[in-house]
Design a protein around this ligand. Structure first.
Ligand SMILES: [Zn+2]
Length: 357
């Protein structure tokens, strides 16, 4: 059992929930952070490669005995009796290409780019054959350079997240979906507007990854500030609440387990005081008979630890606050304000817990 905190981006959970996380760890509770939009590339759901890179769902290490018992190994593709076993049919070539791509990605997974292994020796989009260009080494097309720069930024942010996880004694899982800016959202109007109809919330992926962690509670952003990635994660929370426990293969009852947190520093900037401050209709998708009630986490003893945790996100502090001192002041001031709203203690974070009425 664990407390799962869903972070749209690296840093969101440290900023919004750092006090509660420190408190939970003091009590010996397990904390897992699920960072969702930590990627730059293909917004498709997890590929075999990503699953393996995340460290689950693969057979990377076979027991030595099993490796030699070839009778136990199934074919990767159906056997066509009409063809010689070594004949290269198009679908076998495709299969080989897919495998070559997967292992190339595995091999290059520590760098922000990889060289595609083209078994056909054909130029692919944006990447001419090395044989065809009069130079040695990597071919730096504009697409590759862009991808590398984007990859470097995403990699740096993931590293900050990993440092925070180490600091907070939490585990972290990256889903590496493409950040909204890489999905074509431009400017504040779009980034803080309504999610596009073709940009659906990745509910199935999140349900699977959250359920895998067997959460005691799962904390998702309320979406204060309207960043589209935050809104999509709120939609995931609302979609989970919509689900009734299944008859067969029963899943968890999400009501009571799903909790929403207030996105900091947006909640400070927008002077967020109550759910009614959210845009009209935001919580219309709450199922009948389910409501949210506020729960205050007293964080007076944890607030300095929260500040230290946020400090680890060096790339974001100037952009968000203009400096470390301002960040620390903002964290403390907001915690005092929230405690005052709830008339509980001197510093607090507020959570909205789902419940059946
Ligand atoms: Zn965010």
């Amino acid at each position: 059992m664990t407390h799962v905190f869903v972070a749209p981006h690296p840093d969101d959970v440290a900023l919004s929930c750092g006090g509660l996380i420190a408190g939970l760890r003091e009590l010996g509770q397990n904390v897992s952070i699920l960072t969702v939009f930590s990627g730059t590339g293909d917004p498709n759901l997890l590929t075999a490669y990503q699953r393996e890179a995340l460290g689950f769902g693969s057979k990377a290490i076979w027991p030595a005995t099993e490796a030699f018992n070839r009778a136990n190994l199934a074919n990767d593709y159906p056997i066509d009796e009409t063809q010689a076993p070594w004949a290269a049919s198009p679908d076998r070539l495709d299969e080989t290409q897919r495998e070559a791509d997967a292992s190339a990605r595995r091999f290059w997974q520590r760098s922000s780019w990889y060289r595609r292994a083209d078994i056909h020796n054909r130029a692919t989009e944006g990447q001419p054959l090395v044989d065809d260009v009069p130079q040695q080494g990597a071919v730096l097309t504009a697409e590759l350079i862009e991808a590398e720069e984007a990859g470097a930024i995403a990699a740096a942010r993931r590293l900050e997240d990993e440092r925070y996880a180490l600091f907070a004694e939490a585990s972290v899982v990256f889903l590496d979906l493409a950040d909204a800016v890489y999905r074509g959202y431009e400017g504040d109007a779009e980034l803080l507007g309504v999610p596009r109809p073709d940009d659906a919330a990745p509910v199935d992926l999140l349900r699977r990854e959250i359920a895998r962690l067997e959460p005691q509670r799962v904390y998702l952003p309320l979406g204060v500030g309207n960043h589209v990635d935050h809104q999509l994660m709120r939609e995931v929370g609302l979609a989970l609440l919509e689900e009734t426990p299944a008859w067969i293969m029963p899943g968890p009852d999400w009501v009571g387990r799903v909790v929403f947190y207030e996105d900091f520093p947006y909640a400070l900037w927008r002077d967020f005081n109550h759910l009614a401050d959210l845009p009209a209709g935001t919580l219309d998708a709450l199922p009948d008979g389910v409501s949210l009630y506020p729960e205050y986490a007293e964080i007076s003893d944890q607030v300095e630890r929260k500040v230290s945790g946020v400090t680890l996100y060096a790339s974001q502090i100037d952009r968000l606050f203009g400096g470390r001192r301002q960040m620390a002041d903002a964290v403390r001031a907001h915690a005092r304000k929230v405690a005052a709203i709830g008339a509980t203690g001197s510093m607090a974070e507020r959570y909205w817990v789902s419940t059946r009425i």
